[in-house]
Ligand binder design. Structure first.
Ligand code: AMP
Length: 222
């Protein structure tokens, strides 16, 4: 039996991990699994983990491996992950990468590829500080780069409610970029060493980047 494929998207805040993961989910039926989304849900639900995570997230730091791994393990044990998973924002530390290796082994899943979305850091602050999403369907928008066709109405679902993340501001983005370079960027070499790394130029057209990622998904699924 073919092992369930797991793809990892690596890249700094603003690289387009969430946007691309959503597109891969729609195109290939894979399950997008974002630890940022899971943590925001825990914060909103007021769980113990959410309470502990909130201050760290507001400051742009990394939530402890212990909390993130507990949340991830729970989600990975749900049956829909058998369709294949795109990890968006996980792993972010060497400890998380090692724990993921063990988890995949335990669950009979295999790593298809770790894809590094390569971007210019300088452009990331503007990308992140201007972004917002539809509150109903999650479609992503940006103040400068992608506004709805009809002002204030979501192109995808017609909703008029939008939201911005509390941590998507110029001050916090700097801390998030530092956390990425200090703790997450070393994972690029880790996955390269395993022969699992793919690099994608993630500046420029969203559709071209999606096509490059789609080609990788097709290749590793074959
Ligand atoms: P994201 O939505 O991926 O940008 O994540 C938002 C915030 O959630 C990050 O700035 C971290 O504070 C926290 N977070 C998300 N994923 C992780 C992770 N794998 N490890 C530690 N913290 C995380």
């Amino acid at each position: 039996m073919t092992k369930t494929n797991v793809l990892i998207l690596l890249g700094p805040p603003g690289a387009g991990k969430g946007t691309q993961a959503r597109m891969l989910e729609q195109k290939f039926g894979l399950v997008q699994l974002s630890t940022g989304d899971l943590l925001r849900a825990a914060v909103a639900a007021g769980t113990d983990a959410g309470k502990q995570a909130k201050a760290v997230m507001d400051a742009g730091g990394l939530v402890s491996d212990e909390i993130v791994l507990a949340i991830l393990r729970d989600r990975m044990s749900e049956p829909d992950t058998a369709r294949g998973v795109i990890l968006d924002g996980f792993p972010r530390t060497a400890g998380q990468a090692a724990a993921l290796d063990t988890l995949l082994e335990e669950q009979g899943m295999s790593l298809g590829a770790a894809i590094s979305l390569e971007v210019d850091d300088a452009a990331m602050v503007e990308r992140v500080a201007g972004r917002y999403t539809c509150a109903k369907c999650g479609e992503g928008y940006h103040d400068s780069f992608k506004t709805p066709t009809v002002d204030g109405v979501c192109d995808a679902c017609g909703s008029t409610e939008f939201k911005r993340r509390a941590d998507d501001n110029a001050e916090t983005v700097g801390a998030r970029l530092s956390a990425y370079h200090d703790q997450t960027a070393p994972l690029i070499a880790y996955y390269d060493g395993k022969g699992a790394l793919k690099r994608v130029d993630a500046m420029g057209e969203i559709d071209r980047i999606a096509a490059d990622l789609g080609a990788i998904v097709t290749e590793v699924a074959a």
